[in-house]
Ligand binder design. Structure first.
Ligand code: NIG
Ligand code: FE
Length: 408
């Protein structure tokens, strides 16, 4: 028996928007007094509540009696929320004038989080991840990508990936795991960067496959991490093994996005220093650029060129990058609305970037719009006007969330 949810003062299905490039707000359908008809976790129909009620008199009605604006559940396509410890000392040091790369060189940065994460048990990491998933789901984020990358040995990456898997199995949000064993060359590895990557391919990849721990791999291409040529060999080998690829690229120096396009990665994330050449290359490719305003806010560095990426024709997504180092805040709506003000993004571009374009960056085609056959992941905000959501810059928080049609 289907359930009819509504009436919502406004319903934004975010359906039928251009797949790529800029989006004008007048291209975004806004259904007044809308409803969503749901069965078996999926959307059967959207429309006005009154018409759906007439057409489906048998449907159970989940009646909304308050002013709510509904849209597809949000997708955070890039997080590192499985970690131990804090990096408050890095934040203070950066603000006192030391750079992210200098901190990394001195043994702080990612390596300091590796120490704390290794010191935590798998169960502790699961619990920390669950707490952070709670915070994201409260924001209306129903799909969350979570990376490893603070273990940096076969044993410790496995522990982290198992903690992520355990968290995903009990949490209501859908958790998409990514192996980021190539976050940096671990300081205690006895060998070269190439040898480390070979070790991951030889010893970790078979175990990840055997346990079904991740279908995606990531690498940080940067001065403090891996070179473009190291990354190319590693990523090609992973592709041959059937893994989807994503890249941390063009954060402080360019190179990463070129590799991502060369290996037909699903996405390349960061892009703060991407310029005309990189933007044009991305626009000609199927690789989705994912911008991470939380890292700009955390590091006080330039915004990724979001406006230019969209104008060039990219299907740009926006993600939180929640991690202890560069993006400790973890509030996607705050970040996306501030990015919108600086980069002049339309409301429709931001909403697309945190729903279906973000889903596509994860290779997911079953969510991110409210239309027949799509997952009934829905978030509703307590307002009459959808423009309040970004205008209030995160102060307006999600009131109700449905995951596969079930209230959470
Ligand atoms: O996406 N850039 C590399 N990785 C993370 C930061 C991780 C950290 O500093 O702990 C990022 O910003
Ligand atoms: Fe990241």
């Amino acid at each position: 028996m289907p359930t009819l949810i509504g009436p919502f003062r406004q319903l934004l299905p975010l359906d039928n928007l251009p797949e790529r490039g800029a989006i004008r707000d007048d291209q975004m359908e806004v259904i007044a007094e809308g409803g969503v008809l749901v069965a078996d976790g999926k959307v059967l129909a959207t429309g006005t509540f009154a018409q759906l009620r007439l057409d489906h008199p048998d449907a159970i009605v989940d009646e909304i009696t308050e002013d709510l604006v509904a849209m597809p559940g949000l997708v955070d396509a890039h997080t590192h929320i499985c970690y131990g410890g804090s990096r408050a000392m890095d934040f203070a040091a950066r603000n006192a004038g030391v750079s992210y790369l200098e901190i990394a060189k001195a043994g702080g940065g990612i390596w300091s989080t590796v120490q704390h994460t290794r010191a935590a048990s798998k169960e502790q990491l699961t619990n920390l991840t669950l707490e952070r998933l709670d915070y994201l789901l409260q924001q209306g984020i129903t799909t969350v990508e979570v990376k490893s990358g603070y273990g940096l040995s076969v044993k410790e990456e496995l522990k982290q990936l198992r903690a992520i898997q355990d968290a995903g199995q009990v949490h209501q949000a859908d958790v998409i795991a990514t192996c980021l064993a190539a976050h940096m060359l671990p300081r205690d590895f006895d060998g070269t960067a190439d040898e480390y990557l070979q070790t991951i391919l030889r010893d970790l990849v078979p175990l990840i496959k055997a346990e079904g721990l991740a279908k995606r791999f990531d690498i940080f291409i940067e001065q403090s991490a891996f070179t473009t040529s190291q990354a190319l060999g590693y990523l090609r080998a992973l592709k041959a093994e059937g893994f989807a690829i994503t890249v941390h690229g063009d954060q402080f120096t360019t190179g990463g996005s070129e590799v991502a396009v060369a290996v037909e990665a699903l996405s390349v994330d960061h892009l703060e220093v991407s310029d005309a050449t990189e933007i044009e290359r991305l626009a000609q490719s199927t690789t989705i650029p994912v911008v991470l305003p939380g890292a700009t806010i955390g590091l006080g560095c330039p915004w990724a060129p979001a406006r230019r990426l969209l104008d060039a024709g990219c299907a740009m997504a926006i993600a939180s990058d929640w991690n202890p180092g560069s993006a400790p805040q973890g509030n996607l709506l705050v970040q996306a609305s501030i990015l919108a003000a600086f980069e002049k993004l339309s409301t429709a571009e931001v909403f697309a970037g945190i729903t279906h374009r973000a889903a596509r960056a994860l290779g997911l085609t079953d969510r991110g719009v409210l239309a027949p056959t799509y997952l009934a992941d829905i978030v509703a905000f307590p307002t009459k006007d959808h423009r309040e959501i970004l205008y209030q810059q995160g102060r307006l928080t999600a009131k109700r969330v449905w995951r596969k049609g079930v209230k959470v």
